[in-house]
Design a protein around this ligand. Structure first.
Ligand code: MGD
Ligand code: MGD
Ligand code: SF4
Ligand code: MO
Length: 753
């Protein structure tokens, strides 16, 4: 059915003129034309009843989905058989990706909090005018550093790039980070320091070609089920070793499970490295030709003797020797890690401990090898390269004058518009709210009032801001409920752009469904803000996502992530996505891995061994708080804060209704806790009530609560990795009780149920 959206845009001549320049994309979205999808430049408009392919917008596996269209609109989907990522498979979230778009909770109009404190619907004109006026006012009173944006790993690369450029070059902000900080920052930092660039080396084909595979802090069966299917296709009868304190679904399916003590991975990996060196199970030729600082590393790990390691990790010396032997005997050894490593007080060094083992045994750059970080959100990789937060567009550096000049020239802007220093990282921005340095925040596609660490404190701080803007698909996320202004956004399937998956593959997302009400693509919202701010001219060439993509391709030229060989969206569509890098002269093959030539991205072409002493986790259990709290993904049907997956009736049937806490039977017995009974869990920062799930998958003295429940982060302690500043979400001390505890709590307002 054809409907028309009318925007009450100001009839001021100047604004109307500016709007006309970007009104190509916007108008087509405002007028719901069942035949004319999106921006029109993607090769999918041949017939209104047809099938088009796009990348799934949940996790970074990046499955290809066939979207079936009727009268030009999506009516269903099936996983694409020929897509090199998923080969015809999809997980429950993917199957339900269209269903979650249709919900009463969608944000359909901008919402503005009025004097009575209520959020009321307003026109886009009022919303944009308010946005610009209030942010300019804060900046005028408190300086440009008083406003920051917090972006995401879940919108298209083109949108992130436009946001980061608008905020920093157009509006003059210095500070902006992404929720990728919660997720991938450790892997980014580890790769940058070790390889000279944030470059995950692998291709998914490596899951099928390894013969020894270590999964460290990764619950692949739940978090990346299609990648687990790729492991199951491996013909080499591989050893699959899972390092995880919990006996996860993945650990149960593995050949070996190392039930490590929480946050002792660094000690374990140094112990294994020591054994490899002591036994001479290393590739000295490779080390000499392609790495630096090995001797110091070898010296460092001498202290990690099997007995000492056994004591600290709970993994006995024999098992340690067996693991070292497996690495030695394996022809193609690979290490894979996810949040059990990244979310840690010393995660960067843990990731590098895996990188070190791969380097010294020559397990990199060959099929089935590699120190491989598995990415989380659908476009966390896009955020790493193009969000203009931690690094300048295209993996450049804000602090390098030549990088700033290069980007300024390509964007045709004055170089002085580009900040010459790095932004504060996420937690520094939040701490800035506490110290009064940050007065206004703009959140885009993230829900930190649920997902950020030490939630009671976070929520309290949001109340301190002069102005809080949330741009989301849904109007009532925990963060949107706290906002002064909510900007309604189109979601996956309602707009165009590219996502980059875990193996560096660009894939397309397309507009196959109209956004509800007056919700607009994030790209269009940013263009509108630019126009209202008065810097629309600066983004005149960013006419639509594909034009933005071409700008990014130009910026990437000469970088390790060079994609100047990808000419347009059509090329991505025709090739089942394309992995970076692709220079014009490169041969385009379906699977490509990095470092086959042993050349890394540091100036000397070598990879660095990086290491330091392992440290105990900062908040150890004690008499008052005797348990370690582990958190993470609960089921394949739940996505993060549940704003999306919670909307699907099908997915809701696939996980328990109530929040639960997994408790070992020994502990349950000692405390007389019965299965499904309500119990209280409390930490020094907050408390919650959850149903007891008595199971031996957690060890005695440890409990597990999924992150999908909004209560979980009341408990977590704000501890951050030294180098990556990523929160350590998975380890803090808690207590269990049958009755509501009365405890002194570190932050106010913490005694919720
Ligand atoms: N279904 C579903 N899939 C998802 C997501 C989702 O929300 N739902 N989110 C996506 C995102 S953004 C991400 S980042 C990934 C996360 O993917 P994963 O990292 O695989 O998932 P998690 O459950 O967070 O954590 C993995 C494991 O780390 C273990 N762990 C905790 N502490 C330690 C430790 O000290 N050492 C070790 N070795 N292990 C430890 C936990 O017990 C847990 O089993 O999943 C992606 N996929
Ligand atoms: N305790 C604990 N906490 C954790 C973790 C953990 O393991 N334990 N894991 C952490 C990790 S790895 C991650 S990645 C984070 C995830 O934390 P968040 O990113 O905060 O979680 P999401 O629910 O994915 O939030 C994304 C928001 O964007 C909205 N959205 C989706 N698509 C679009 C779009 O196209 N445009 C706009 N404007 N909005 C959109 C959704 O409705 C949703 O509100 O959580 C972290 N928090
Ligand atoms: S595995 Fe990830 S990308 Fe694939 S269908 Fe599931 S959520 Fe989507
Ligand atoms: Mo994540």
């Amino acid at each position: 059915m054809s409907q028309t959206k009318t925007l009450n845009l100001p009839l001021l001549k100047t604004a109307a003129n500016i709007i006309r320049q970007w009104d190509g994309p916007l108008t087509q979205q405002i007028v719901r034309d069942p035949g004319g999808f999106g921006l029109g430049q993607i090769p999918r408009k041949a017939k209104p009843d047809a099938t088009t392919t796009m990348t799934c917008g949940f996790c970074a596996t990046g499955c290809g989905l066939n979207i079936h269209l009727k009268d030009g609109q999506a009516v269903g989907l099936t996983p694409k058989t020929q897509y090199p990522v998923n080969l015809g498979m999809a997980c429950p979230k993917g199957w339900e990706a269209l269903a979650v778009l249709d919900s009463e909770d969608r944000a359909t109009m901008p919402l503005l909090r009025d004097e009575s404190g209520e959020q009321k619907e307003v026109s886009w004109d009022t919303a944009l005018t308010t946005f610009v006026t209030r942010i300019k006012k804060v900046m005028a009173q408190h300086g440009p550093e008083s406003v920051a944006f917090l972006s995401t790993g879940q919108i298209a690369s083109e949108e992130m790039a436009l946001l980061g450029s608008l905020a920093k070059f157009g509006m003059g902000m210095i500070h902006g980070d992404g929720n990728t900080r919660q997720c991938m920052a450790t892997a980014v930092t580890a790769y940058k320091q070790s390889f000279g660039f944030d470059a995950p080396p692998y291709t998914y084909q490596d899951f099928e070609e390894s013969d020894v595979m270590f999964f460290v802090g990764s619950n692949l069966c739940i978090a990346h089920p299609i990648l687990w299917q790729r492991v199951m296709r491996n013909q080499n009868n591989p050893d699959i070793i899972v390092v995880d304190p919990r006996k996860t679904e993945t650990a149960m399916a593995a050949t070996h499970h190392l039930a490590i003590s929480p946050k002792s991975d660094l000690t374990l990996l140094y112990g294994i490295a020591n054994l490899l060196i002591v036994n001479g199970w290393i590739k000295q030729d490779y080390i000499d030709a392609h790495t630096t600082d090995f001797d110091a590393f070898a010296q460092h790990v001498k202290a990690y003797t099997p007995n000492r390691v056994a004591k600290m990790t709970g993994i006995d010396a024999d098992t340690l020797c067996t693991m070292a032997k497996k690495i030695h005997d394996g022809k193609r050894v690979s290490f894979w890690w996810t949040m059990g490593v990244n979310q840690s007080h010393e995660g960067t060094r843990v990731a590098q401990a895996m990188i070190n083992i791969c380097l010294m045994t020559g397990n990199i750059g060959r099929p089935g090898t590699g120190a491989n970080s598995i990415t989380g959100q659908c476009n966390a990789m896009g955020s790493r390269l193009f969000s203009n937060t931690t690094s300048l567009l295209g993996g450049h550096s804000f602090t390098k004058p030549e990088d700033r000049q290069k980007v300024a020239d390509i964007l045709d802007i004055d170089v002085s518009r580009i900040p010459d220093r790095d932004s504060w990282s996420y937690h520094q921005i939040i701490e800035g709210v506490e110290t009064g340095k940050i007065k206004a925040l703009w959140f885009i596609a993230t829900n930190p009032s649920h997902s950020w660490i030490n939630q009671n404190k976070f929520k309290q701080l949001m109340g301190k801001l002069d102005f809080l803007v949330v741009q989301d698909m849904y109007r009532n996320t925990e963060t949107a409920q706290q906002a002064d202004l909510v900007l309604p956004a189109a979601g996956w399937g309602e707009k165009d752009g590219t996502l980059i998956n875990s193996e560096r593959r660009f894939g397309l997302v397309k507009k196959v469904s109209p956004a509800p009400g007056q919700a607009l693509a994030d790209f269009s919202i940013f263009k509108a803000i630019a126009a209202y701010w008065g810097c629309g001219e600066m983004f005149a060439k960013w006419t639509d996502p594909q034009a933005a993509f071409k700008i990014l391709a130009k910026i990437s030229k000469g970088q390790p992530c060079d994609i100047s060989g990808i000419t347009d969206y059509r090329m991505l569509d025709e090739n089942g996505g394309i992995q970076w890098p692709l220079k014009p002269e490169d041969e385009l093959t379906t699977h490509r891995r990095l470092f086959a030539d042993g050349k890394f991205f540091h100036a000397d072409g070598k990879a660095k061994f990086l290491f330091e002493d392992s440290r105990l986790m900062p908040e150890l259990p004690d008499g008052d708080y005797p348990f370690v709290l582990l958190t993470g993904r609960g089921s394949a049907a739940q996505w993060h804060t549940q704003t999306r997956t919670g909307k699907s009736a099908v997915l809701r049937k696939l996980y328990p209704n109530d929040i639960y806490v997994q408790i070992n039977p020994v502990d349950a017995k000692a405390m007389d806790i019965q299965p499904t009974q309500w119990v209280y869990v409390h930490s020094r920062r907050g408390q919650l009530k959850a149903r007891a799930f008595v199971t031996a998958t957690v060890q005695p003295g440890q409990i597990f609560i999924p992150m999908h429940n909004h209560e979980t982060n009341r408990l977590t302690k704000p501890v951050f990795d030294t180098y990556s500043h990523q929160p350590s979400y998975k380890a803090c001390a808690v207590a269990l009780s049958l009755n509501k505890p009365w405890v002194a709590i570190e932050s106010e307002g913490a005694n919720h149920e």
